[in-house]
Design a protein around this ligand. Structure first.
Ligand code: CTP
Ligand code: MG
Length: 227
């Protein structure tokens, strides 16, 4: 395929605090990783690379086998690293030669609708080097110094970044070759390297499961509607 999706799922889930790697925590009968994969396999066809904790690659293979259906031959599992950036680098090393567009997606954004993948792929296909889905910020924001409010912050100039983030493959490869500092997302790494990053609309359902309250929200969203 022309597109690859790297699903980073190698984090430990410290803030969720369940005592198991976050990707393998259940939302309902299915894990966070399984839900994330479901969206990936409903999105436009792509090579899929799942980056799992090094001691859980077998479990990730099982999830892939159950989720991939007819796309099984497009999927591989690789071991991640100590930081998200190292995990992305491990995934990038497994991207096939003919791929031109690479998406990087947090498994923790388990309920991201397939349309978001399509929007990001379309924007990169139309010529953008780097594309991220964003949502407007709804909270009233303050710049603070310890417990003192320094000033209000104009939220109209801010956006909340989500994944999947999409990149022209050569540009992402190049940025990772030169990467020094650790960045919280790939767009930040690319921007540090001088790439123009564009936005497309994100989706509320692409929120990241980070805290126990986020897991409760995900559970409520997938719960069957009472009849
Ligand atoms: N991730 C990864 N490898 C790492 C760290 C993070 O693949 N070494 C992935 C996570 O699995 C997750 C995504 O990056 O899908 C976003 O990271 P985050 O939400 O911070 O997950 P964790 O690092 O697992 O959580 P925490 O920071 O609370 O420990
Ligand atoms: Mg983390």
């Amino acid at each position: 395929p022309r597109v690859a999706v790297i699903v980073v799922a190698a984090g430990s889930g410290t803030r969720l605090g369940v005592g198991a790697p976050k990707a393998f925590v259940g939302i309902d009968a299915h894990t966070i990783l399984r839900h994330a994969l479901r969206s990936v396999f409903e999105a436009p066809e792509a090579q899929v690379i799942v980056v799992a904790p090094s001691d859980r690659t077998g479990d990730a293979e099982t999830e892939v086998r159950e989720a991939a259906g007819s796309r099984r031959d497009l999927v591989s599992v690789v071991a991640g690293g100590a930081t998200r950036q190292e995990s992305v680098a491990a995934g990038l090393a497994a991207v096939w030669a003919d791929v031109e567009v690479v998406l990087v997606h947090d498994a923790a954004r388990a309920l991201t609708p397939p349309e978001v993948f399509a929007r990001v792929i379309d924007a990169v296909s139309q010529g953008s080097d780097a594309v991220i889905p964003v949502l407007p910020v709804v909270d009233t924001l303050k710049r603070v110094d310890a417990d003192a409010v320094v000033e209000p912050v104009d939220r109209s100039v801010l956006a909340a970044a989500q994944t999947p983030q999409g990149f022209r493959r050569a540009i992402l490869d190049g940025a990772y070759l030169d990467a020094a500092a650790d960045h919280t997302d790939d767009a930040a790494l690319l921007q540090a390297a001088g790439t123009v990053v564009r936005t497309v609309p994100g989706d509320e359902r692409a929120f990241k499961i980070t805290t126990p309250a986020d897991l409760e929200r995900a559970r409520a969203l997938v719960a069957p509607v009472p009849t």
